[in-house]
Design a binder for this molecule. Sequence first.
Ligand code: G3P
Ligand code: MG
Length: 365
Amino acid sequence: LAPEIIGILKEPSYTTIAFAFDIDGVLVRSKDALPGAAKTIKMLQRRNIPFILLTNGGGSTEKDHVAILGRRLGLAGLHEKQFVQSHSPYHSLVPSLANKNILVLGGTGNKIREVAHAYGFKNVCIPSDFVKDNHHIHPFLELTKDYHHEHGNELPRMEDGRVQIHAILVWSSPRDEGLDKNLILDLLMSEQGIIGTVSPKNKNPSLPNNGFLQDGQPPVYFCNPDLTWATSYSIPRAAQGLFKAGLEGSWSALTNGADMSGHVHVFGKPTEATYIYGEKTLQDWHASINGPNAKLISTVYMIGDNPASDIQGSKNYRSRYGSEWKSVLVESGIHVAGTEPAHHPTHFAAGVKEAVELAMLEEGY
Ligand code: G3P
Ligand code: MG
């Protein structure tokens, strides 16, 4: 298109601004709404300005999670179809893994098993199932043995009685990290993902990667690369990315530096996969609230508190729909006002209200 046509198309009468909101450190901290958050969202809802929630949090279905957020903000009208969380891209794994045995990690009780079932995964194991089957699988269960016995189910067995896991999916921060780490390492060292086996190929110097991960071991999926996140505590707390870092360190120490990268898949901000998923969700949501003749989305503002997650991800992302992605880094979460972020946003703002006001002013609203 000629530049003058592009100029006209960029005017608010032909196009619309849109937003992608991070949640923790932008709209809430732990269970508490941040100042201005509810009012800002209400204003966008009233004006039919499209927005999605794009969070590295998780642990519930999209429907339940958006309802929890609505309660925390005291807001009605938030919809699961505008909600993208860390494990939302796991929906894309359902066609290939629906009938396979998967091990899911994170969360408490049977919650993640239930969420995985709701996604469409049929054969879902949790670490408690393995403890219930044989509590010697982890030597340090003093604090958690009763808990695992309460929540564990029967393991799915092959005809010969053995248990095979085809994929490991981390859904949120593991609660019994020692057990979860042992289980993942066991499976990565196993023959074909069969629990209790050790691949005879491991440590064979004549094989690629010294024989490690050459024997049908299950892939590991992570959905939140964040090292830390903003909670009600005064300084940031460890997130799923630090569990992954710890696991990779353990693997490297155990295998004398064997490569596991080909076996690890990562979703969540700042990965491109999550931004592709998020932008598609935003476009679909826009069409559903503004109809098939909706204005084009010219600019998407990512409002976030974590430079490595929200800002880096939106800066690297190249829109599949011709929109421009900009970012505003707020000072109500991970980022501390006055410090130099590792990834520079388009703008800084004190909080979400100021961020949205600034973006709308810039786009001529
Ligand atoms: O990394 C933990 C997660 O809860 C962060 O959520 O909303 O800041 O992406 P969010
Ligand atoms: Mg955040």
